[in-house]
Design a protein. Structure first.
Length: 367
C-alpha cells in the first residue's frame, strides 16, 4: 500500500494553506471571535465555493465523491490557523445522513449540506467522553405523526452556528437520530476554553418531529460515527500542534538569553525535538486511520483508537511545552501560543480521551 499523497491531495493542501494565510490569518480569527456573529458568512461561502464542504459527499447528492484522506488534509490545514468555521461538525453531519438516512432523506438533505446553505452539526452523547448508548439521555416518545423529543444535550459542537442539528435520542431501548431545526429548540452558548470551538447546550421540550425527519441509529452506526468524529478531531490536532511547534521554534531562534538564542540550549532543543517526534507519530497514525476509513474497514477501530489515544495526551503535552518555552509571554492573551494550548484542552476528551481509546485497544487485542 502507498501512504503517499496524490498530486491532487497536495494541490488541495496548498490551496487550503494559501486560503488560511490570505483570507483567515490569525488577526482575522481574533476579529471573528470578538464579533457577535461567530460564523463569518463570507468565509463560509468561500470555502463552500471551493468545494471543501462537499468533499466526502457522493456526486449524486451534489458532492465531489472524494474520501476522508482528502477531508483530513483540509481539517489539518484549517486547524493549523485555528479556523473558527464548523467544517468538521458539518462534515460529520453529512456522514450521519449518508450512514443512517433513507434514499429520500439523502436526496433531500445532502445537497444543501454540500453547498453549505444549511450549516449542520452532529450531537450524539451528553458528554463528549462518555462514548456509549447509555451516554444518550434525551428521550423520544411516539406520536401519531412521528416523535416528541425532550431532553438536554449540553456539549454540542458548533450548535450556536448551525441551522440543522442531527441529535441522538433514546426510544424504547432503541436509538433515533433526528433532524432538528434551530427554531425548534433552545440553544445556549456553553463556556469553553477554546473560543474557536463553540459548544452549545441544546434543550428540547416536547418538540414534535415528523417520522420523515428521523433515522434509525443502530449501535453499529454509533460506533462508526464515533470513529469518524475521533478522526476529525485528531486531524485538527495534527494541524494545531504543528503550528504551535513552528511558532515555538521561531521564538527559540529569536529570543536571546545570556548572549545567544535560547534554541541553542540543549534543554530547549530536546523539548522541541520531542514535540516534533510526537507530532510526526500521531500525524502518521491519523492518516493511517483516514486511509482505513476509506479502504480498510476491518482496521478502522484499531487505527482510529491508536491515533486519537496517542494524540490526546501528546498534544496536551505539546500545548504545555509550547507555552512554557515562550516563557511568561506565552501565557498572555495577545500571543498566539496560548490559543493552541486551549485547543489541546478542548480536543482531549472529544470522541473519547486517551483512557477510552487505550481501553478500547486492549479490548480489541483480547485483553
Amino acid at each position: 500500500m502507498d501512504f503517499g499523497f496524490s498530486e491532487e491531495q497536495n494541490m488541495l493542501r496548498d490551496q487550503v494553506n494559501r486560503f488560511m494565510k490570505e483570507r483567515c490569518p490569525m488577526d482575522q480569527v481574533r476579529q471573528i471571535l470578538k464579533s457577535d456573529n461567530k460564523l463569518d458568512s463570507a468565509l463560509w461561502s468561500e470555502i463552500s465555493n471551493l468545494g471543501w464542504l462537499a468533499l466526502t459527499i457522493p456526486e449524486q447528492y451534489g458532492g465531489l465523491g472524494l474520501g476522508w484522506v482528502d477531508l483530513t488534509v483540509v481539517l489539518e490545514e484549517t486547524a493549523a490557523g485555528l479556523c473558527p468555521l464548523p467544517v468538521a461538525s458539518h462534515s460529520l453531519a453529512a456522514k450521519a445522513v449518508l450512514l443512517c438516512g433513507s434514499e429520500e432523506q439523502k436526496a433531500k438533505w445532502l445537497p444543501p449540506i454540500s453547498e453549505g446553505s444549511s450549516v449542520s452539526t452532529l450531537g450524539l452523547f451528553d458528554d463528549p467522553n462518555w462514548i456509549s448508548a447509555e451516554g444518550i439521555s434525551c428521550s423520544a416518545s411516539e406520536t401519531d405523526t412521528g416523535f416528541s423529543l425532550s431532553g438536554c444535550k449540553p456539549f454540542v459542537s458548533d450548535a450556536t452556528l448551525c441551522d440543522w442539528l442531527f441529535l441522538a435520542f433514546n426510544f424504547e431501548d432503541q436509538l433515533v437520530l433526528a433532524k432538528i431545526e434551530r427554531e425548534q429548540c433552545e440553544i445556549q452558548s456553553e463556556p469553553t476554553m477554546d473560543e474557536t470551538k463553540p459548544m452549545g447546550r441544546v434543550t428540547l421540550d416536547s418538540v414534535s418531529v415528523d417520522t420523515s425527519d428521523t433515522m434509525k441509529l443502530s449501535n453499529e452506526h454509533l460506533t462508526t460515527l464515533t470513529n469518524y468524529g475521533a478522526l476529525a478531531v485528531t486531524a485538527e490536532m495534527v494541524g494545531a500542534a504543528q503550528s504551535l511547534l513552528d511558532l515555538t521554534s521561531e521564538y527559540a531562534k529569536d529570543r536571546i538569553q545570556f548572549g545567544k538564542p535560547i534554541g541553542q540550549y540543549q534543554g530547549v532543543k530536546h523539548r522541541l525535538a520531542e514535540m516534533f517526534v510526537d507530532i510526526e507519530s500521531f500525524r502518521s497514525l491519523c492518516y493511517y486511520a483516514a486511509w482505513a476509513l476509506d479502504d480498510a474497514p476491518s482496521e478502522v477501530d484499531r487505527a482510529v483508537s491508536l491515533a486519537k489515544g496517542y494524540a490526546s495526551d501528546a498534544f496536551a503535552e505539546i500545548g504545555i511545552d509550547g507555552v512554557g518555552l515562550h516563557g511568561a509571554i506565552g501565557f498572555t492573551a495577545e500571543y498566539d501560543a496560548q490559543l493552541y494550548l486551549k485547543r489541546s484542552k478542548w480536543a482531549r476528551p472529544m470522541y473519547g480521551d486517551s483512557n477510552y481509546h487505550l481501553d478500547r485497544l486492549a479490548t480489541l487485542g483480547g485483553l
